[in-house]
Write a protein that binds this ligand. Structure first.
Ligand code: SF4
Ligand code: SF4
Length: 178
């Protein structure tokens, strides 16, 4: 059954953007590109005046152009997976997928503005866009340099079959998973 959406294009049930709309947007790489190596996935489907993702990318892999309300478009050939565009996005709409992380796992990097931060090696619950637990995952990287301006980027390894679903982890509270 088709997911019902409201006037903002959000799912009426969950307030999230329907997966089909995300995958059809210009910021979403093809399945083939996602399997090649680290590449950004831009889940930005609102025509708002915004372009820091374009200006931060020195490789020209993200194009908004004119007018500034264009949806960002990814050029998979130019993205080298540096990840600089993830913390710059005010909408927390940029993720990184590395489908080549290991034989059975993909690595997903996402902005995570919650404390306490997880640590490398932590076993966590990986969640989807609706914050529902999808599977177990392992934290493989936590980046929080000053240049990220208080938007840490966390990377979790999960089974490859969940690569289109996992977009974060369940928040920690006082050192335990809630
Ligand atoms: S990950 Fe790096 S190269 Fe790729 S789009 Fe973002 S800033 Fe550009
Ligand atoms: S910075 Fe984020 S919200 Fe702004 S256009 Fe880029 S992806 Fe969309």
């Amino acid at each position: 059954m088709e997911e019902e959406v409201n006037l903002l294009g959000l799912s009426q049930d969950t307030g999230t953007i329907p997966e089909k709309e995300l995958e059809a947007s210009p910021g979403y790489p093809s399945k083939e590109d996602l399997e090649r190596g680290p590449i950004v996935v831009i889940e930005c489907t609102e025509e708002i005046p915004c372009n820091p993702c374009e200006t931060v990318c020195k490789r020209g892999a993200i194009v908004v152009g004119e007018p500034i309300t264009n949806l960002p478009r990814i050029d998979p050939e130019k993205c080298n997976g540096c990840g600089l565009c993830i913390p710059i996005c005010p909408g927390l709409a940029i993720f990184m997928i590395d489908g080549t992380y290991s034989k059975d796992e993909a690595a997903i990097s996402f902005p995570h503005e919650y404390l306490p931060l997880p640590k490398e090696g932590d076993e966590v619950e990986a969640v989807n866009r609706k914050s529902e637990t999808i599977c177990r995952g392992k934290i493989v990287k936590v980046r929080n340099p000053k240049s990220y301006n208080c938007t840490p980027v966390v990377t979790v390894a999960v089974p490859k079959k969940y690569v289109h679903e996992v977009r974060g982890i369940r928040r920690f509270a006082k050192g335990v998973i809630t």
